[in-house]
Design a protein around this ligand. Structure first.
Ligand SMILES: C[S@@+](CC[C@H](N)C(=O)[O-])C[C@H]1O[C@@H](n2cnc3c(N)ncnc32)[C@H](O)[C@@H]1O
Length: 279
């Protein structure tokens, strides 16, 4: 069978300009106009899938077709994540963050928001830590997790909560035994236990535009490995959107390389990459 080449068309400067502008509008992300290899590497498949004969035709399609704009955003986003990524933050939550949060009110719901949740590992790691906090005597905590991401496929995967063996390797053996079920029908496939899955809600949302964020009010927000993709204007908008949904006294975590991007009035830096909203 003959395959069409994945990257059939050269990218002209005018098309690069249009695609970069569209990426900013649709997803909020900033792409360097020199990164033509990145653009053609990510978008070559969209040309094939849509049948556009070149990038000029693809740009016209993007203007007129909302479904293709979604697929375009999907093709450009990076979903790298893992269980207990930047583990020091989870350790801090267990040792200091959660005890301080519930000190005045030990019997309470604690809402965690994984704000760019990708395939869910960040959120499930947080719920495992909440269970550990309960074991340590904070029995009155009722954890609830909201996971949001601009990408529908990753949100769907987070909800399904099925992971491969390499993916679960970041979870300690003790937590794996407690919070993972092995598949009866397939080797090396695991699912998060119902006890944790039942504490979760997943939905698509755009942190830059605010679409899908209504009703969120969180005690702990994970906003990690996302701010680096935005320029200053969009970043400010994203931080505002998150700040408004963080309860007074609540905790905001960023990626360790992004901590300075979240600096703003009303957020105190507690540790590198960990903020607390002033009460
Ligand atoms: C690199 S992953 C980070 C996942 C996780 N927070 C972590 O640190 O492991 C970035 C995620 O941000 C999502 N994303 C990109 N732009 C977004 C936007 N404007 N609103 C919401 N999510 C977005 C991507 O779809 C992707 O899943």
């Amino acid at each position: 069978m003959l395959h069409r080449p994945i990257n059939p068309s050269p990218l002209r400067p005018e098309e690069v300009r249009q695609l970069v502008a569209m990426a900013r509008t649709v997803v909020g992300i900033t792409i360097d106009t020199h990164k033509t290899d990145f653009l053609s590497g990510r978008l070559g498949r969209r040309l094939v899938a849509t049948g556009a004969k070149d990038y000029a035709e693809y740009c016209r399609l993007l203007q007129s077709n909302a479904a293709e704009r979604t697929a375009f955003g999907e093709a450009l986003t990076t979903h790298t994540t893992s269980f207990f990524r930047e583990k020091a933050q989870y350790d801090w939550l267990l040792e200091e963050g959660i005890p301080a949060l519930v000190e005045d009110q030990p019997q309470r719901e604690v809402v965690i928001w994984s704000a760019a949740c990708s395939t869910g590992q960040e959120g499930y790691s947080a719920l495992m830590v909440m269970q550990q906090a309960r074991d340590r005597g904070h029995r009155g905590i009722a954890p609830r997790l909201i996971g949001t991401d601009i990408s529908r496929p990753v949100v769907q995967r987070a909800k399904t909560a099925v992971y491969s063996k390499p993916e679960v390797e970041g979870i300690s053996l003790e937590l794996r035994r407690r919070f993972l079920l092995s598949s009866k029908s397939a080797d090396d496939v695991y699912r998060i236990v119902p006890e944790l899955r039942e504490q979760t809600t997943w939905r698509p949302a755009n942190l830059a535009s605010g679409d899908g964020l209504d009703g969120i009010s969180a005690d702990i927000v994970f906003l990690r490995n996302i701010l680096i993709y935005f320029d200053e204007e969009i970043r400010t908008r994203v931080i505002d959107n998150v700040f408004r949904r963080l309860k007074p006294g609540g905790i905001l975590m960023t990626g360790h390389t992004e901590a300075s991007h979240a600096r703003r009035d009303g957020l105190d830096l507690v540790r590198p990459s960990i903020y607390r909203k002033v009460t």
